[in-house]
Design a binder for this molecule. Sequence first.
Ligand code: AR6
Length: 172
Amino acid sequence: MEPMTTLTLARGDITRQHVDAVVNAANSSLLGGGGVDGAIHRAGGPDILAACRALRASHYGKGLPTGHAVATPAGRLPARWVIHTVGPVWSATEDRSELLASCHRESLRVADELGARTVAFPAISTGIYGWPMDDAARIAVAAVRQAVTTVEEVRFVLFDERAYEAFAARVG
Ligand code: AR6
């Protein structure tokens, strides 16, 4: 059977992507931060933060665990939803790749629940969380390829040329 999900690559800013859902490389507080998280909250406006605060109050008082994912509306972004997931911080001594794979699987599970057909992912954990780009690309692409999902397009949106090349080498 042909795979149902097409993997595509784009260079640039994830906040400009016209997709059903944008994945955010958040932290467990769900209250925003730097990197892509900061960019999504800035571009999407205060509705996203308000929805994150409500989720904290109702479900995640202790924070969203690493490897989990949860959705909010997308505010002013040209998308319907933001799926917030918490990547693992890179460790040279502990193998946390299963948690990074889980971010991708769980984000796609949430996307399925929403009925999202097109989903944009950043290179989760490769910025402030320090994950080596080539390794992150390997894990992310394998996790998406193995996922059972109704999402039709997964678009990796890479901020710089180095990230783009690393993902291109995996997607082929
Ligand atoms: N569009 C696409 N990719 C981007 C954008 C953008 N607008 N901005 C940055 N990137 P990071 P992490 C790339 O640090 O490593 C936050 O403070 C960036 O070049 O955003 O998972 C959270 O609140 C890098 O390749 O996320 C957490 O505390 C990739 O996105 C923490 O950072 C991920 O970098 C999460 O760290």
